[in-house]
Design a binder for this molecule. Sequence first.
Ligand SMILES: *Cc1c(COP(=O)(O)O)cnc(C)c1O
Length: 355
Amino acid sequence: MHKKLFIPGPTEVRKDIREAMNFPMFGHRMPETTQLMGEVADKLQKLLYTNNFIVISTSSATGLMEACSRNLIKNKGLHLTCGAFSDRWAKISKACNKDVDVVEYEWGKGTPASDIEEKIKTGKYDAVFVTHNETSTGVLNPLKDIGEMMKNYPDVLLAVDAVSSMAGTEIRVDDWNIDVVLASVQKCFALPPGLAIASVSDKAMEFSAEVEDKGFYFDFQAFKKYWDKAKQPPTTACLNLIAALNYQLDKIINQEGIENRVKRHKEMAEIVQNWTRENFDFFADQNYLSPTVTCIKNTKGISVASLNEELGKRGAVISNGYGKLKEQTFRIAHMGDITVDEIKWLLGEIDNIIS
Ligand SMILES: *Cc1c(COP(=O)(O)O)cnc(C)c1O
């Protein structure tokens, strides 16, 4: 039996999306690619409320996290960490031989804009790296506040990992002053994995042009060069997935509507949050609860492994805690194309199993 995915990526992929990937191949230097990538970029600009350059990368999101580390730091970067994925970004910068300061918050806490401002004021940093939605802990950081604060520091770039929030929460790139925001498509976009996208501001592009030793595959300038020529990718891209993204963006923008999609994620989150309050407790600080994934503190000491085994027999799978939180927490993802009714069904099944 297929187990419906209530895990924070990959998420459940609808049949019509799978079918949108099934077409005769064309070449990445052919006009079909120009047409396809042009359409995708226009729609992503709409989704993100921006006019910024769109990077479409055949890689997972981690590739574009590395792109940010390589393109946006000349002297020094600042990482704010509050969980496994923000930790990973700091590690990536270090692995690229970049000089970074890392401000660590306890897992489960959010990163307030005022704290970031304290650090940025020092004038030491080229860029600050923020994780919008920390998937390991179920924390949503206050991106709008952070972006608005950054307006006072025009010489510092803001790079954002929105892997598990983009297409599930509102992100207003231009209003919020975000230089780079990146995501992969196997989370709230509800597509199969293998593709990542980002918007990159002119300021970030100009900065990147002056940075040396960026490597080859993830140089923003390479993406721009091929885009300016013919709206094509620098190397052979996962064109089937890009076509599926084009199809899904139509559904998101024209059928469901961006605002309705955000509303549905909020509604699903509230249902899971109410259930969590009644049955368990939150791992995350309740001021920062994520609208796309809830990390539940296992206060009843249930076996998450056996819960998942039982759920499997009923056709669903949830996620255990990430890394060091494995049995202490479990996570229910309410992201992508999962519906309110499916979330209610899942919680009913969990109730039956644990009662
Ligand atoms: C899933 C996830 C990543 C990693 O994405 P990949 O596409 O697997 O590289 C990074 N950051 C966050 C917040 C995530 O949820």
